[in-house]
Design a protein around this ligand. Structure first.
Ligand SMILES: Nc1nc2c(c(=O)[nH]1)N[C@H]1C(S)=C(S)[C@@H](COP(=O)(O)O)O[C@H]1N2
Ligand SMILES: [Mo]
Length: 530
C-alpha cells in the first residue's frame, strides 16, 4: 500500500469510528426512550424542536415542498447532519482525546435541551439524550484508542513498517463490528419495546365497538355528488384525508387508558371522562368539512368526513361551563393533546349551537391514529389549528389574555374562522382536454355559512355561473361543474365562490399566514385538437 493510500484508509477508519459511536448513541437513546417516552428519543426530540422553532415561512415551505413527507425528510436530514458531524469527530479524536467526549456531550446537550423544552415534556425526557451521549463517548474512546494503536504513516512520507499496525487495525475492526452489532441490537430492542405499546393501542382500536348514532346524519343527498372524473369525492376516504400536525411519530393512545379532563376558569364541577362514559351520552353523526389554515389557494389541505361523536357544548354545559354571553369568566377553550399540543378555540363559538363535536368515529370507523384516535375535536367553521385537536386529553377553560396556544404563539391569528374558498379539480395541467365540451369541476366551501354561488371565468372573459351540486349541509363543501365549450389553445380558468352571507371571494391574493389564504384559484389549461 502506498503511503497516501494508507493515510486515507486510516482516516476512513477514524471517520467510521465516529459514525459507529453516533450509531451506538442513537441506539442507546432509542432504548432509554422506550423506558421514558418515545418522543424523548434524541432524533425525535431534535426533530420536534426543529418543527417548533422553525419560522412559519420555513414550515410552510416544508409542507408545500414535501407535503405529508415533511417529517421523514426532516428526520433523514437530522441523521445526515449527525453522520457528518460524527465522522468529523472521529477524525478529530485521532489527535485529541478530549474531542470525543466533548463532541458527544455537545450533541447530548442539544438532544436533552430539545427533549425537555418540547411540548408536554418532563425533566426525565433528558435521560435518553444523556444515555446517548455516554454511549457515544464510550464507544468513540474505545475505537479511537484502538486506532491510535494502528498509527497512520508519518506525514514526511518516510516508509512505515510498524509491526503493530495491522494487528491494531484488526483489533479496531473487531471492536467496530461488535459496536455495530450491539447498536443494531439495542436499537431494535428499543423499537420492539416501543411497538409493544403501540400494539396494545392498535389492539384497543380494533377491539373498539363504536356506539350507534342516536341522531344519525341523513344520507348524503344523491344530488350532492357530481359525476365528473378528476373531481374530489364528496366524502374524503380516511386514507386520503390530509394530515397536518407537529407529531414526528403519530401518538398511539390506548383507548382503555384514555381520559378527558375538563377544568379551569368557571368550571364548578371539573370532570374526567372515559371513552365508555362518552359512549353513554347522546351520540350524534355529522358531515363536516375540515380545512387547514395552511392550505394555499387551490391546495389539498381540506377534506370532508362523516364524524361520529358527542356534542361538545353538552359536555361543557354538564361541567357547569357558561359562555361569555351568559356571564362565564372564560372566553377561550384550550384543548390539550397527549403530545402536549395546545389549540385554543373561542368558547362563544363552540357553544353557539353549531355542531362542535368530540369525535371518535370518522367515516364509519374509529378515528385512525393519524387523525386523533381515540377522540378529537371538530368544529364547523373554524380552521383546524384553532379547533380540531387530535389525541385530545384535556379541555381547559381560560381567557385569550391569560393563555396563548401553540400556533398563536407562532404568529397565527388568535381566532381562525374559515375563509370562503373554491378550487378547480379538473381540468388540471397533467391531462390536456380535447376541444369540444370540457367539464370544469371542483369544490367550494364556507363551513357553517354555506355556498350559494360559484362562477368560472375563461381568461379575462365574463364570470359565468357554474352548476352547483345539491347542498348536504352548510357545514360541508359543495361540488360544482361548468361545461365549457373550448377550442384548441391555451387558457386561464379562474373560479370564485359566493357564500350565503353574500360575500364573494376577493381577488386580492394573500398568503396563508396569519389567518388563511385569499385569492381565486387559477389554472392554465391547454386544449388539444379533438
Ligand atoms: N394534537 C394535535 N392536533 C392537531 C394538530 C396538531 O399539530 N396536533 N394540528 C391541527 C391542524 S393545524 C389541523 S389543520 C388539523 C388537521 O387534522 P387532520 O390531520 O386530521 O386532517 O388538526 C389539528 N389538530
Ligand atoms: Mo392546520
Amino acid at each position: 500500500m502506498t503511503n497516501a493510500r494508507t493515510h486515507r484508509a486510516h482516516a476512513a477508519l477514524a471517520a467510521l469510528g465516529g459514525i459507529l459511536a453516533a450509531a451506538a448513541g442513537l441506539a442507546a437513546g432509542e432504548l432509554a426512550a422506550a423506558a421514558v417516552r418515545p418522543e424523548a428519543a434524541p432524533v425525535a426530540a431534535v426533530g420536534e424542536a426543529a418543527i417548533a422553532l422553525a419560522p412559519v415561512p420555513v414550515t410552510n415551505w416544508a409542507i408545500d415542498t414535501f407535503g405529508t413527507n415533511d417529517k421523514p425528510v426532516l428526520e433523514a436530514g437530522i441523521v445526515v447532519v449527525l453522520v457528518l458531524f460524527a465522522a468529523g469527530l472521529g477524525l478529530l479524536a485521532r489527535r485529541h482525546r478530549a474531542a470525543g467526549p466533548a463532541g458527544a456531550a455537545a450533541f447530548g446537550a442539544v438532544g436533552a435541551l430539545a427533549a425537555v423544552t418540547g411540548p408536554g415534556a418532563r425533566s426525565s425526557d433528558a435521560w435518553p439524550s444523556v444515555a446517548a451521549a455516554v454511549a457515544a463517548a464510550g464507544v468513540l474512546a474505545l475505537l479511537a484508542g484502538r486506532l491510535r494503536a494502528a498509527p497512520a504513516p508519518r506525514s514526511d512520507g518516510a516508509a512505515v513498517a510498524e509491526p503493530a499496525a495491522p494487528a491494531g487495525r484488526r483489533r479496531f475492526l473487531t471492536a467496530a463490528a461488535a459496536t455495530a452489532a450491539a447498536s443494531a441490537g439495542a436499537g431494535l430492542l428499543g423499537r420492539t419495546l416501543h411497538s409493544a405499546d403501540s400494539a396494545a393501542a392498535a389492539a384497543s382500536r380494533s377491539a373498539l365497538a363504536l356506539p350507534a348514532a342516536d341522531a344519525a346524519a341523513p344520507p348524503v343527498p344523491p344530488g350532492a355528488r357530481l359525476n365528473v372524473p378528476g373531481l374530489a369525492p364528496f366524502i374524503t376516504p380516511n386514507d386520503r384525508f390530509y394530515r397536518i400536525d407537529t407529531a414526528l411519530r403519530v401518538p398511539r393512545v390506548d383507548a382503555e387508558r384514555w381520559r378527558l379532563r375538563i377544568h379551569g376558569a368557571g368550571v364548578p364541577r371539573p370532570v374526567t371522562w372515559t371513552l365508555a362514559d362518552l359512549f353513554t351520552r347522546e351520540v350524534v353523526e355529522r358531515d363536516i368539512t375540515l380545512a387547514c389554515v395552511s392550505n394555499p389557494v387551490g391546495g389539498t389541505f381540506v377534506g370532508n368526513a362523516r364524524w361520529l361523536g358527542v356534542r361538545l357544548d353538552g359536555v361543557l354545559r354538564e361541567a357547569g361551563v357558561r359562555p361569555p354571553s351568559r356571564g362565564g369568566p372564560a372566553d377561550q377553550l384550550v384543548a390539550h393533546s397527549v403530545d402536549g399540543m395546545t389549540l385554543g378555540s373561542p368558547l362563544e363559538t363552540v357553544m353557539d349551537g353549531r355542531d362542535a363535536l368530540l369525535a371518535f368515529g370518522m367515516n364509519g370507523e374509529p378515528l385512525p391514529f393519524a387523525h386523533g384516535f381515540p377522540v378529537r375535536m371538530v368544529v364547523p367553521g373554524l380552521y383546524g389549528y384553532v379547533s380540531a385537536c387530535k389525541w385530545l386529553t384535556e379541555l381547559e377553560l381560560t381567557t385569550f389574555d391569560a393563555f396563548s396556544a401553540y400556533w398563536t404563539d407562532r404568529g397565527w391569528a388568535e381566532r381562525g374562522p374559515v375563509k370562503t374558498q373554491s378550487r378547480i379539480d379538473t381540468p388540471r395541467g397533467s391531462a390536456p382536454p380535447r376541444a369540444g365540451l370540457v367539464p370544469v369541476a371542483g369544490v367550494a366551501w364556507a363551513q357553517h355559512t354555506g355556498i350559494d354561488r360559484v362562477e368560472v371565468r375563461v381568461d379575462d372573459g365574463p364570470w359565468q355561473e357554474a352548476e352547483l351540486a345539491e347542498e348536504d349541509t352548510a357545514d360541508t363543501w359543495r361540488q360544482w361543474r361548468f361545461d365549457w365549450r373550448a377550442e384548441p389553445g391555451e387558457y386561464r380558468l379562474q373560479v370564485r365562490a359566493t357564500d350565503r352571507g353574500g360575500r364573494t371571494q376577493p381577488a386580492e391574493e394573500s398568503g396563508t399566514a396569519p389567518d388563511g389564504a385569499t385569492g381565486r384559484h387559477t389554472v392554465t389549461v391547454r386544449v388539444v385538437d379533438a
